[in-house]
Write a protein that binds this ligand. Structure first.
Ligand SMILES: [Zn+2]
Length: 81
């Protein structure tokens, strides 16, 4: 086992791709859609919801100094390799 630093290059690579064409699978209903096709709601933060079950897929809150991201509603996220 290594610590998280061993995945630094891989993480930088996978999160630097075009995210609107990445395909997210909803952890609630199992539907898969490109991120560009989900429903977006803006308030204190931004919430991306499944267009089939309304499950909160991704929650993003951005402050002046930090970005908080939750992918709790996403089962998998598929990007081009
Ligand atoms: Zn869903």
């Amino acid at each position: 086992m290594l610590d998280g630093n061993a995945a630094a290059g891989l993480l930088q690579e996978v999160f630097a791709v075009e995210m609107t064409t990445a395909v997210a699978t909803c952890d609630n209903c199992g539907a898969s859609e490109p991120v560009g096709a989900v429903h977006v709601f803006r308030g204190a933060g931004t919430v991306l919801r499944c267009p089939h079950s309304d499950n909160a897929l991704v929650k993003i809150v951005k402050t002046a100094t930090e970005v908080w991201i939750s992918f709790a509603g996403v089962r998998t996220l598929k990007t081009p390799g």
